[in-house]
Design a protein around this ligand. Structure first.
Ligand code: BGC
Length: 482
């Protein structure tokens, strides 16, 4: 419900309030020149990560050397860890761009996320075990079932079924996992439980999104997640991944999917538009100074940035919001969920915004004025628009890196579509996220290219992607080592 006049220009607001809002607006504003500079830095950081290991933007070679075309066939298990829930799926690829997926979600507790890694991996194995029992697939005498693991954290892969966890993100901090091969950790847990399951492939959710989009629609350049976390994977020329050196993969040439781990873009914050609210969030997070870009963009953090901003308006003198009153919910760390922002921006009247505030934040009806409701909506829009615009820079950078666009526009090699498979709660549910992302993409690479970018949901990307990867692993194993 965009207001008819911007709130910062509303004459009914006291002058001091308008001043405060205007100065905050400026902090969050991203003019085109700033978007260009950010995109430019992105492309430079891509090059750094492709050239050397241990760079902040890891640019991880995935050893996935082709994209599917929809003819792939087979039935696989998939295990998906890294979003809000843990999921176990059985995926049947029909070979005609369609698939059948049966899945079960399992809850992830804070204790599992931050306890011992063996407990976490035992829980993963238990979940697979209970899924197999429920589906009647736990027959002891049958051959091993093949499983693809979607593990949505930065993992330095050395093969399709091998990868060392570099760091945890998104609130995970399980001990004794970083530095270890996650496939080994999972397989050991399966073996401890004598499960007839073999983990044959490891895949990031972005790679899963790319593969599943390619499977269902015939091709894909970029897989991107805008959800609890954010990241992108794209198809790169192997000759550009110079850190592969003289390896067999380099000698083979061709294409390879690279997992950028763009959530770690600009951890120094030299170019990101950092405000005091972002600094507070970062300082109080479990990984300060890491995943800088992700903290500006993803669903795990937007609510918290907005909460910091709202509290600063409550505390300002004179108060700008709720007559200077707060609530226990609003005072709690991560008490303001990104989903509330989404509901507030989706509301079609001031009355509806008030209802979201009253229901979720613990205010009484008479404690929320129309003006409060409008200011809260404005704050949500500010934080979410900045996130979507920054997201557009990452997409623009991939289009430039792959030779499909030039910074500033004026480049139109051909008319072909640039397919982007996306997944995640923000892009799926946040009102106007894609429109705002596209505005920034247009500002960075011009309208011609922006129009060619076809953004589509990567349906069940994590499950289908893991199955496709498992299939490729089995094919490659019967041919030659990667
Ligand atoms: C992780 C990525 C993942 C992204 C989206 C980030 O925190 O580092 O590996 O792809 O979240 O789930």
């Amino acid at each position: 419900m965009p207001p008819t006049i911007p709130i910062t220009a509303d004459p009914s607001l006291p002058e001091s309030t308008r001043h405060v809002l205007e100065s905050i607006s400026k902090q969050f504003h991203l003019p085109d020149e700033r978007l260009h500079a950010i995109t430019n830095q992105f492309v430079k950081d891509f090059a750094l990560g492709l050239g050397e290991y241990a760079k902040p933007m890891a640019m991880i070679p995935t050893f996935v050397t082709g994209v599917p075309d929809g003819t792939e066939k087979g039935t696989f298990l998939a295990l998906d860890l890294g979003g809000t829930n843990l999921r176990v799926c059985e995926v049947q690829l029909n070979g005609d761009k369609t698939f059948k997926l049966r899945q079960q979600k399992y809850k992830m507790s804070e204790i599992l996320k931050t306890g011992e890694a063996t407990a976490l991996f035992d829980y993963l194995a238990d979940s697979v075990d209970s899924f197999l029992t429920e589906r009647g697939l736990d027959l002891e005498d049958q051959e091993e079932l093949h499983l693809g693991l979607t593990f949505s954290f930065p993992v330095e892969q050395s093969a399709l079924d091998k990868g060392i966890l570099l760091t945890w993100t998104k609130g995970f901090a399980a001990k004794n996992a970083v530095g270890n091969d996650v496939v080994r950790l999972l397989q050991d847990a399966f073996d401890r439980k004598h499960l007839h399951v073999k983990c044959v492939a490891l895949v990031n959710d972005t790679v899963g999104a790319l593969l599943s989009r390619a499977y269902t629609s015939g091709g894909c350049l970029l897989g991107a997640i805008f959800g609890t976390g954010t990241n992108g994977a794209y198809v790169e020329d192997v000759k550009n991944i110079t850190k592969l050196g003289n390896s067999a993969a380099a000698a083979k040439g061709g294409k390879m999917i690279v997992n950028t781990e763009w959530g770690a873009f600009n951890n120094t914050r030299s170019i990101l538009p950092t405000t005091p609210h972002d600094n507070k969030l970062d300082r109080e997070s479990i990984n300060p100074k890491f995943q800088a870009y992700e903290k500006f963009i993803s669903g795990m953090y937007l609510g918290e940035i907005t909460r910091n901003l709202l509290l600063s308006l409550i505390d300002s003198a004179p108060p700008v919001l709720f007559k200077g009153n707060s609530t226990p919910v609003l005072n709690s760390h991560y008490g303001f969920d990104t989903a509330f922002m989404s509901d507030i921006e989706a509301a079609t009247s001031v009355k509806d915004i008030k209802a979201v505030i009253v229901q979720n934040l613990g205010f009484e009806d008479d404690q929320v004025s129309d003006q409060d409701a409008e200011i809260v909506r404005w704050a949500c829009e500010l934080v979410a628009t900045r996130a979507a615009k920054l997201s557009g820079c990452a997409v623009a950078a991939v289009a430039i890196q792959t030779g499909h666009a030039r910074l500033g526009g004026g480049f139109s090699k051909d008319d072909s579509k640039l397919a982007v498979g996306v997944d995640g709660s923000l892009v799926q549910f946040y009102p106007g996220f894609e429109t705002r992302l596209r505005a920034s993409l247009r500002a960075c690479v011009g309208e011609d290219v922006e129009k060619r970018v076809e953004i589509g949901m990567a349906k069940d990307g994590s499950g289908v992607g893991a199955a496709l990867c498992a299939l490729q692993a089995i094919k490659q194993n019967t041919r030659q080592p990667v």
